[in-house]
Design a binder for this molecule. Structure first.
Ligand code: AMP
Ligand code: ZN
Ligand code: FE
Ligand code: FE
Length: 282
């Protein structure tokens, strides 16, 4: 079983349409792929429709933008009921604020001499939940930086960078409770990704475990070996399962689908906790 529990489509900041993501997951030899767009479930319908005849299993999910003590973090949510109103309202709040903040970041970039426009970013983002990677692509188009990753520096879009503007982000303990109340399973995404910015302490992770966190994403491109070992130990102490995932973004990042995978036993633990939705198999 090849299981990849973290992938983005162009419903957020990936470059594959949901249908292309399904086709690419099949081509990558995956048995299970989770669709985890930022703060949106807008890709579900197209992804589900593309499953027919593939044998692939789709785990519907999302990746929620959270913040605690001024530190941004991401919470993966799997198999929640997308219609549950409280959680749906919170996703909507974050998505709406992404537009205000996207415009403000573009304004900042222009003040700093980058010849990009909001119309350009809208074109790049299409119907996707707009984020810094879209603005990074605009900076690449404008020749300001060479790659998307080069835009995530203190000069431009990195957390706390010259052109970074914060968006509404949910307190993670609130988010964990919202996901559980919608029947979903919350997993802390890349908790040790310190090259992106500050990361939270083990004590914060323990507090989240106490309010219902299910697992930690351990095998991830942004974690070195010592970080993975530390997180595996912490998960064991807290009774959390651990996952491995690519965090695929199509051509916007270099990571490949299936580059990191989750073992079937951890996947079974996740499924056993989910009551809001079921995986779909084509
Ligand atoms: P946003 O959700 O708009 O705050 O943008 C955050 C997204 O930017 C993350 O989900 C990543 O996809 C991307 N990102 C953050 N830091 C980096 C980085 N150092 N290099 C490349 N992409 C990054
Ligand atoms: Zn992303
Ligand atoms: Fe993330
Ligand atoms: Fe992600």
């Amino acid at each position: 079983m090849r299981i990849d529990l973290h992938a983005h489509s162009n419903a957020s900041d990936g470059t594959d349409s949901p249908a292309e993501l399904v086709a690419n997951a099949v081509a990558a030899g995956l048995d299970v792929v989770a669709l985890t767009d930022h703060d949106t479930v807008a890709g579900y319908g197209e992804a589900a429709a593309a499953l027919a005849g593939t044998g692939l299993t789709l785990v519907p999910g999302a990746e929620l933008s959270c913040q605690v003590d001024g530190i941004s973090l991401h919470l993966l949510a799997y198999l929640f009921d997308p219609a549950e109103p409280a959680f749906a309202a919170e996703r909507e709040l974050v998505r709406t604020d992404r537009f205000r903040r996207g415009r403000a970041i573009v304004e900042r970039c222009r003040e700093l001499g980058a010849p990009i426009s909001w119309e350009q970013v809208e074109r790049i983002a299409g119907n996707g939940s707009v984020g810094r990677p879209h603005i990074a692509s605009a900076l690449v188009e404008a020749g300001v930086v060479a790659t998307v990753s080069d835009a995530f520096t203190p000069e431009w879009l990195a957390n706390g960078g010259r052109a970074d503007v914060r968006k509404h982000e949910t307190d993670p303990a609130v988010a964990v409770r919202l996901v559980r109340a919608a029947g979903g399973v919350p997993v802390f995404a890349h908790p040790g990704a310190d090259k992106r910015g500050r990361t939270v302490s083990d004590a914060v992770i323990a507090d989240l475990a106490a309010v219902g966190l299910g697992g930690l994403e351990v095998d991830h491109t942004d974690h070195d070996e010592p970080t993975r070992a530390r997180l595996r130990g912490l998960a064991g102490e807290l009774g959390l399962f651990t996952t491995g995932s690519s965090d695929y973004h199509g051509s916007r990042k270099t990571v490949r689908l299936g580059e990191h995978t989750t073992d079937p036993e951890a996947y079974q633990r996740l499924l056993a906790q989910a009551t809001g939705a079921k995986p779909l198999t084509g």
